[in-house]
Every structure is written in C-alpha cells, then in structure tokens.
Design a protein around this ligand. Structure first.
Ligand SMILES: CC(C)(COP(=O)(O)OP(=O)(O)OC[C@H]1O[C@@H](n2cnc3c(N)ncnc32)[C@H](O)[C@@H]1OP(=O)(O)O)[C@@H](O)C(=O)NCCC(=O)NCCS
Length: 226
C-alpha cells in the first residue's frame, strides 16, 4: 500500500485524529516527525538550550521579536524555567503550544504555535528557529509539517499563519518548500530587534491541509522510501 493511501486510511478515514503521545493536558506532549521530535521543555533542558543560544547568538538575534526599549531574551536559568512555566500554563489554557525541537537526541531549536484564537477565528501563528550547526538539512520544514498536523488534526484549528521578514530568505524557503500560500506584505507588522519590520504573510487553512496532507506527510513525516 502506498504511503499516501496508508495515511489517508489511518487519519482521514477514521474518527480519531490524535497523533501524539499526549494522555491528558498535564502530561508532556511529544510529536514525531521523520527525524525530529517536538516536545514540551522542562528545567532539565536548560543546559542544551543555553549551549545553542550562546553559540548562535548573532545568527538568531537579528530575526527575533524585541522592542527598542527592552533587552534581549534573558538566558539565565531562572528566566528559562519561568518561560517553561508560562508555556505550560498556555498549554493548559489552550492558548499556545511551545516545543523544543530534538534531533538525534539533542536539543536543536524551538517551534511555537501561539496566539490561538477560538470562536469564529480558530487560528494561530507558527514561529521557529534552529541551531546554525544543523541548518540546511530540512529539519525546520519537517518540524513545521509536524506542527501543522497537530494544529489541524488534534487541535482542530482552521487557519495557521507564518509571518517572515521579506529579506529572511532562509525562512521564506521553508514555507515555499511546503507550498504555503503567500498572502502579501503586512507593513511595519512586528518589532524585530528594535525596528518595526514589514512581514511577508503565509497561510494554510484546514481545507488546504485536508487536500495536501497526504503529500506533505509523505514528503516530510513518513519514513522515506529509500
Ligand atoms: C529559517 C530557519 C529556521 C530554516 O531552518 P532549516 O532547518 O535550515 O531549513 P532548511 O534546511 O529547509 O533550509 C532553508 C533554506 O536555508 C538556507 N540555508 C541552508 N543552509 C544554510 C546555512 N548553513 N546558513 C544559512 N542558510 C542556510 C537555504 O536557502 C535553504 O533553502 P534550500 O533548502 O532551498 O537550499 C533557520 O535558518 C533559522 O533558524 N534561522 C535563524 C532564525 C530565523 O530566521 N527564524 C525564523 C524567523 S521567521
């Protein structure tokens, strides 16, 4: 049986869309791609996280939300633990999901599903970053597809957006490789590293996911044929 058909039978033809190891809202979540694992982070992840943040400081800083009046993301252990607690609370309230990205058992980056709006919107935003040492191996598109599957099939959201500074060519390649729909440029959209930056807006809806899930899952999540 081809992989796409197996996927359709497994996830589209059945009632259950749970694709995680989640057992209740208080348990850690881990989502599995082909090579990456996305999982909620705890205090024990601090050393691995700090190692990447310190090595990749210049690589990351220029793309990160930061106001002209506030300092860069605090990297001490207390701030990290506090962010883990905030994320845990967001998860329990259903307003956001933040995951560490793990590759070959090592922490390599983060991906978040934030600003979840229910009611008539049913929408959220994805944000991400990865260790420069593993860039260029297609790990982030894989992480994004893993997150999209969770957002549409487990959380039942309807629309996911990814917004990118137009000159961030590497990040635009991520969404272009996945075929997310370009919706235009939002002017002075987000304060990044102290400046109000235009953003290219990309989106995918549940209808598009339903059409494209077999292809995206086969290309990025299922074990490769070779
Ligand atoms: C954007 C980012 C998440 C992409 O992750 P990734 O896992 O490297 O994604 P991919 O492997 O699909 O590579 C995407 C593109 O990055 C570029 N790239 C590849 N290796 C690279 C490297 N070592 N350094 C810089 N860019 C590289 C290539 O253009 C590639 O496109 P291609 O596959 O068509 O050649 C990563 O570059 C990153 O974290 N950058 C810094 C933070 C950031 O930009 N966050 C996103 C804000 S919207």
């Amino acid at each position: 049986m081809c992989a796409a058909r197996a996927y359709l039978q497994r996830y589209v033809g059945e009632d259950s869309f749970m694709v995680t190891t989640r057992s209740n809202i208080y348990s850690p979540i881990s989502l599995h791609g082909r090579r990456v694992v996305l999982r909620t982070m705890t205090e024990s992840d601090y050393e691995g996280w700090l190692d990447v943040r310190e090595r990749c400081h210049d690589w990351l800083l220029k793309w990160e939300p930061r106001s002209a009046h506030s300092s860069h993301l605090a990297e001490d252990q207390r701030s990290f633990v506090s962010r883990c607690a905030i994320r845990e609370r967001e998860r329990q309230m259903g307003t956001g999901y933040g995951f560490g990205i793990f590759f070959e058992g090592r922490f390599v980056g983060e991906i978040t599903l934030s600003s979840i709006q229910r009611g008539p919107l049913q929408s959220a935003y994805i944000g991400y970053w990865i260790d420069e040492a593993v860039a260029g191996r297609g790990l982030m598109p894989e992480a994004v597809v893993t997150m999209l599957q969770y957002a549409f099939e487990s959380l039942r959201l309807h629309r996911i957006e990814i917004n990118i500074i137009p000159r961030n060519a590497a990040s635009r390649r991520v969404v272009e490789k996945l075929g997310l729909r370009f919706e235009g440029i939002a002017e002075r959209y987000l304060e990044i590293d102290g400046a109000w930056e235009d953003h290219a807006r990309y989106a995918i809806t549940a209808e598009e996911w339903n059409d494209r899930a077999p292809e995206l899952v086969t290309d990025w999540l299922l074990p490769s044929a070779d």
